[in-house]
Design a protein. Structure first.
Length: 268
């Protein structure tokens, strides 16, 4: 499977609202930055691959991190730059490709990536590039979003992903979304620490609110889908949701987390 449609999707149209769609409350974001810098130290040179609009980059910079933010999409980087300037943060912004990082060997103490490798068809090559630019004994840190699986948000998201995969298999993420990534790290000598909660917070939501966000394409599971698949998927997820909940407007508390995975001792 080449995952062509999934990996070639453009972030241009969503750049201005990406951080809002994926918002981490201010206090939770501050906590994440502090936890991250406690792992790396304030003097570490950090490369953020796939930094996007700076959703995670900015909290790390606010906590004192020395950041180089790389992304392929210039509009996302423009948003990051604007937010950094508003906060008077110094972030080195570079447009570039994860498969051909424009940096010399051994340039960074830490390489960070969040929700990116599952978008890259040749993700193992991207992983090797990350290791190349990392100093000996450097850290690779991965970030992943998590929400309560049994909540309405978790169940509707999981069902929507299933529906999209049925409608268009190319929308499936690469193997890097699962255990294959950690197996690849182990093959490269990596020792991964136990999962760490970088931050956590709760939100109130309802099935109706989630459906409304999906219909408006302000939900992660919908904004990247082409129009034909989108219309069919929305119809199917609405029907499924109505069957599952008696009251779509009933709110519930959903816990969200941003998880960190630290890998040490990687070798080229």
């Amino acid at each position: 499977m080449t995952n062509t449609a999934y990996t070639s999707m453009s972030f241009k149209d969503i750049a201005a609202s990406y951080n809002k769609i994926n918002e981490i409350p201010h206090k939770a974001a501050q906590q994440l930055g502090k936890v991250f810098i406690a792992l790396t130290g304030k003097n570490a040179a950090i490369l953020d691959i796939g930094a996007g609009a700076g959703r995670i980059t900015l909290p790390i910079a606010e906590a004192g991190g020395k950041l180089t933010a790389l992304d392929t999409e210039q509009k996302m980087l423009d948003e990051l730059d604007a937010h950094a300037r508003e906060k008077n943060l110094a972030v080195n912004i570079v447009q570039g490709d994860a498969l051909a990082l424009p940096f010399a060997d051994n340039s960074f103490d830490v390489v960070f990536t969040s929700n990116v490798l599952h978008l890259v068809a040749d993700w193992e090559a991207a992983l090797d590039e990350a290791i190349r630019v990392m100093k000996p004994n450097g850290l690779l840190i991965q970030g992943r979003d998590w929400l309560t699986p049994e909540s309405c948000a978790g169940r509707i998201r999981a069902q929507m992903r299933k529906i999209m995969a049925e409608l268009d298999p190319s929308l499936m993420p690469t193997a890097a979304a699962g255990p294959a990534l950690f197996q690849a790290l182990e093959k490269r000598g990596g020792k991964t620490d136990p999962e760490m909660i970088g931050t956590r917070w709760t939100e109130q939501t309802s099935p109706a609110e989630i459906l409304d966000r999906m219909a408006a394409r302000t939900h992660n599971e919908t904004w990247q889908i082409d129009e034909g698949v989108f219309r069919e998927a929305i119809g199917r997820i609405r029907k499924w949701t109505i069957e599952q909940w008696v009251r779509l407007d009933r709110t519930e508390e959903v816990e969200k987390r941003f998880l960190l995975y630290v890998t040490r001792a990687l070798k080229r």
